[in-house]
Design a protein around this ligand. Structure first.
Ligand code: C2E
Ligand code: CA
Ligand code: CA
Length: 752
């Protein structure tokens, strides 16, 4: 057949009656023939159709045999089902029938939606896109159709991500999520993408639809940034400025500043939800305030309220109540608590906004330590103490840098052997303006603070340096170490490092004193430390023994070499029977655990005598020497002469400890007689001394004579006490009798 034959009127009439559009195209896809329906479909005259490329009318494929056509004159595309078969040589007959209504409708939805849409075949090759796709991505039909669309895949997501999409699709038939990709012009864009799998009879397709969420994402990011930034500087500065203004011209007696910290699971939500929650709370707080008050948002969950007047009791209650009111979110009730810090600013006060904000925040933190829904008022006095503390710490730090701290040394002696056993290093602050300061003045600012690490390190180095100068004299030195230093995990390593600085120093000449109270928290840990120190050859002493709560436990468990009996028991032991009972107990215990004992705070010969009687030979105290400057130590060692009494005083057997106690009791009683405080005990037969004498007489008949003599003295003392209380004799006469008894008792002990 030839073309003229198709165009012959007869054929035309037949083909024109067909309800489908019929095209005959040549090898170049140029239309050589089109029927009337074809012109009707495409709204193009037959003359125009002839010679035009068939593909020029196609706008895209929905599937291999369904495509969208351009319609001339309006934007109204139509969808057609194509059947193509070869007529002869290079000529094809293409029959296009309009798609059914449903498909058409679907297609028009596809077109009109604001979402970008793209249809892909089973291999992911693009068949069709809509107008929104072009608008969002910048890609035209020609760029996309027949290709594997780059738009949906980029290196911004990794292979694992894409594989997870494929897995989800094959399992569920759809996937939804956020993806970041490039537009045609190279710009980044975030899309919210839904991919659905559509299964046809024999094959399947994918419809991917997405919306551009770049601006939303950017807004979110900005919001996040703003929230972050506001917690750092600009917003804070703004709050400070507002506080400054608010406290400048105070009208009434003063103003109140409240810092409200909202507590609850706010951070678990995204920025926008978080923002919403905080806005709701902010609105509620705003409702509590009057027109002249002010509400500001500081940091993430912090609000600052400022109001006139100094009575905010009701306001605090309302603030807590309104924060506590639940908030509904996604059919869930969320509840929050808060902590409130209050700073009352009196009219007379002048203080800057910066400081006020800091103070009210600190107060809020203090309130939060008491639990939920708590409040606290800023305490001016407490603040002064705190400020002073900070100032002192600063000054001490500088003092350490300037080498202002020096060490004094107090000798430890063995009385019976009459020799110095070592010295305890005791720090002093050689203050540039205040002179030499004792540790009681400054140590409290160092304790329980990282500063004590610096401090102890300073002291340790100074001691080592000093010891290296004293090497020929082989002097043992005790060093006090704070709990903070001891608790450092690298304590032992650091100790080793320090010891390595001066290898000639014998670690055995170093004794580390740990406070008994230090060990309370972690007895196992401290035990290990002590063992490690002993391996290094360093001695360990338990300082201030007896002051803790469980002294006996420590004594039993801690493998210390030395126990230093706290001076509080020693100082008054000669006149306080209770102290003697404790001292005696500690001495007995230390002995049974095989610990060396040092008594601290030994001030007089009487102390020395009592201790020696008890068998405590090692002492430290003013009776031997006060702490002395380092340059006095060697002269002290060289000129040291033991007290001559040390040779004479003997320790006594335990069975005579009750006698010691009755002696102390008598001394205590004698002191009270002077002030007529204890006339009730004037009867000598109820006195403990009498009871001891009585028992002793029964027990040891060989000492009968001495004991009877003592009893005479004892009776005489009581008689004199009575005479003194009746005003017959002077106090001196009474004391003489009392001292005579004590002297005879001592003589009795000496002869034992
Ligand atoms: P401590 O370790 O119990 O030291 C003994 C304290 O008692 C010293 O006070 C000493 O001067 C004083 N003392 C000694 N004998 C007598 C006495 O017979 N009567 C009286 N009333 N007091 C006596 P100091 O030097 O004022 O030290 C007080 C505390 O400060 C020390 O008590 C110790 O816990 C601490 N300390 C001293 N130097 C240092 C140091 O370098 N580092 C550390 N971390 N703490 C130190
Ligand atoms: Ca000590
Ligand atoms: Ca001590």
């Amino acid at each position: 057949m030839v073309i003229s034959e198709y165009s012959s009127t007869a054929y035309r009439q037949i083909i024109d009656t067909v309800q489908e559009a019929v095209f005959i195209v040549n090898g170049n896809e140029e239309i050589e023939y089109a029927n009337k329906m074809a012109s009707d479909f495409l709204k193009v005259s037959n003359d125009e159709l002839i010679g035009t490329c068939f593909n020029d009318f196609i706008d895209g494929f929905i599937s291999d045999n369904q495509c969208r056509f351009y319609r001339k004159g309006n934007n109204n595309q139509f969808y057609g089902q194509i059947v193509r078969y070869n007529l002869y040589e290079n000529h094809d007959c293409i029959i296009v029938s309009e798609c059914n209504k449903k498909l058409h409708l679907m297609a028009s939805v596809f077109e009109s939606t604001k979402e970008a849409a793209i249809i892909l075949d089973s291999k992911g090759i693009a068949l069709l896109i809509n107008q929104s796709f072009t608008e969002i991505t910048g890609y035209q039909l020609n760029d996309i159709i027949g290709t594997f669309p780059k738009m949906l895949v980029s290196e911004l997501q990794n292979d694992v991500f894409y594989q997870s999409i494929r897995d989800h699709l094959s399992l569920n038939g759809y996937w939804k999520g956020e993806v970041v990709n490039y537009r045609k012009n190279g710009e980044l864009c975030s899309i919210l993408l839904t991919i659905s799998q559509i299964v046809d009879d024999d094959s399947h397709y994918y419809v991917a639809m997405f919306s551009d969420i770049t601006s939303i994402k950017e807004r979110e990011k900005n919001l996040e940034k703003m929230v972050q930034l506001s917690s750092v500087f600009p917003n804070r500065q703004m709050v400070i400025e507002s506080i400054k203004l608010f406290t400048r011209d105070i009208r009434y007696d003063g103003v109140s500043i409240l810092c409200v910290d909202v507590v609850g699971a706010i951070d678990v939500y995204g920025t926008s939800v978080k923002f919403k929650l905080l806005s709701i709370i902010k609105e509620r707080l705003e409702r509590l305030l009057s027109a002249s008050d002010q509400l500001l948002k500081l940091d993430n969950e912090l609000f600052i309220l400022m109001c006139e007047g100094l009575d905010v009791t009701d306001l605090i209650t309302s603030v807590i109540e309104s924060v506590n009111l639940p908030i509904e979110l996604n059919q869930q009730l969320l509840s929050f608590t808060c902590n409130v810090g209050v700073r009352l600013v009196k009219k007379s006060e002048t203080i800057n906004g910066d400081e006020l904000l800091r103070q009210v925040e600190q107060t809020m933190v203090r309130a939060s330590l008491d639990g939920k829904n708590t409040f606290a008022y800023f305490d001016v006095k407490q603040n002064e103490v705190l400020q002073h503390r900070l100032m002192m710490q600063e000054e001490i730090k500088k003092g350490l840098e300037n080498n202002e701290f020096i060490l004094y040394y107090q000798p430890k002696v063995h009385m019976k052997e009459g020799k110095i056993e070592g010295f305890e290093a005791l720090v002093r602050w050689n203050h540039p303006t205040r002179g030499i300061l004792a540790p009681g003045v400054f140590l409290e600012y160092v304790e329980n603070n990282p500063l004590s690490l610096l401090f102890d390190d300073y002291v340790f180095r100074k001691v080592l340096q000093q010891m290296s100068e004293w090497l020929p004299h082989n002097i043992e030195v005790s060093i006090n170490i704070s709990a903070t230093t001891l608790e450092q995990s690298n304590f032992i390593d650091h100790l080793v490092e320090l010891l390595q600085l001066y290898p000639p120093i014998n670690p055995n000449n170093i004794c580390i004193e740990l406070l008994e109270s230090t060990s309370i928290n972690n007895i196992e840990y401290v035990t290990t430390l002590i063992q490690q120190m002993k391996v290094l050859g360093v001695k360990v002493a338990l300082d201030d023994f007896g002051t803790g709560y469980s002294s006996l436990t420590y004594l039993r468990l801690l493998p210390v070499d030395i126990v230093k009996i706290d001076q509080s028991f020693v100082k008054e032991v000669i006149i306080r029977p209770n102290d003697f009972i404790i001292l005696e107990g500690v001495v007995n215990l230390s002995r049974s655990f095989n610990r060396m004992i040092i008594a601290e705070g030994v001030e007089t010969l009487e102390h020395e005598r009592l201790l020696m009687r008890l068998g405590v030979q090692r002492i430290q105290g003013y009776s031997v020497s006060r702490p002395i400057p380092s340059d006095k130590v060697i002269p002290f060692v060289l000129s040291f002469t033991p007290h001559k009494e040390w040779q004479q005083i003997k320790s006594i057997d335990r069975i005579y400890f009750p006698a010691l106690l009755s002696e102390i009791e008598h001394r205590a009683w004698a002191n009270m007689v002077e002030f007529s405080l204890s006339t009730s005990k004037l009867n000598p037969t109820v006195c403990r001394f009498h009871q001891w004498l009585h028992n002793e007489l029964e027990r040891s008949s060989d000492k009968r004579e001495q004991l009877m003599k003592l009893e005479d003295y004892h009776q005489f003392v009581h008689q004199q006490a009575l005479s003194y209380s009746q005003g017959i004799i002077s106090i001196e006469a009474f004391k003489e009798a009392s001292n005579a008894l004590l002297a005879h008792l001592e003589a009795f002990f000496d002869k034992l």
